[in-house]
Write a protein that binds this ligand. Structure first.
Ligand code: CA
Length: 231
């Protein structure tokens, strides 16, 4: 039974969501603040997080960014205002979907099922071949990365950088976005820091297999992008 974490400070809305999800046989946990959500999600036991944007202690967008540094749990935003939508749709925040209030509980449950179907397909692929000998695979629980069957010895920053790339192959990340994802205190680091880490990351991967020399591509004037190694 998938366990859904609901982060919503309005009890009437939370109750509606809980009722809708439990009717569909989901297990639910409800919290009202971002801090509680981040703490609970650290246990990695939720199949999905429903995250209100207007929370009392911090915005849902901030919560999402913090959660994204630690896990790839699917996220569905609840938004009350169109002005918030622009930011979500900027895709800066790594959410899987959003729904605008007021929403129908049935619609919400349907969206959640759709996200879980999408993401479980993805997870099954990586879980079935965690130490695949055909490319680069990540085990987000063990926080290890294997390249052609061999575990790559990475620093924390290198791991987080590569995990960020692997979460969205083909996406170009700016240096700023990479700092946000892989550094706890992005303000203390500089763009050049990213370049230096990318260089060592490329060297480590290429040392395992020459096929990896182009997996992290430089997009001039934009940033970096990950492409699976070609067999
Ligand atoms: Ca709210």
């Amino acid at each position: 039974m998938p366990h859904i974490l609901i982060v919503e400070d309005e009890f009437s809305i939370a109750e509606t969501i809980i009722y809708a999800l439990e009717t569909e046989h989901f297990q639910t946990t409800h919290v009202t603040t971002g801090a509680e959500a981040i703490e609970l999600n650290a246990d990695n036991k939720y199949a999905l997080v429903v995250l209100d944007i207007g929370l009392p202690d911090q915005t849902g967008l901030d919560v999402c960014q913090k959660i994204r540094k630690e896990s790839n749990v699917p996220l569905l935003f609840l938004t009350a205002r169109d002005s918030e939508l622009d930011r979500i749709l900027g895709l800066e925040f790594g959410a899987d979907d959003y729904i605008t209030k007021p929403f129908s509980p049935r619609e919400l449950a349907a969206r959640i099922k759709a996200i879980l179907r999408r993401t479980s397909n993805k997870n099954n692929i990586s879980n079935n071949t965690p130490h695949s000998d055909t490319g680069i695979s990540i085990d987000t629980q063990a926080m290890t990365i294997h390249c052609y069957g061999e575990q790559v010895d990475l620093t924390a920053h290198e791991y987080k950088l590569l995990a960020t790339f692997l979460s969205q192959p083909g996406r170009t990340f700016t240096r700023e976005q990479l700092l946000e994802h892989a550094w706890d205190d992005p303000g203390s680091a500089m763009d050049r820091t990213i370049d230096a880490h990318i260089k060592t990351l490329r060297a480590k991967l290429t040392a395992v297999s020459p096929k990896c020399d182009k997996v992290i591509q430089t997009r001039r004037g934009l940033g970096y992008c990950y492409q699976s190694p070609t067999a």
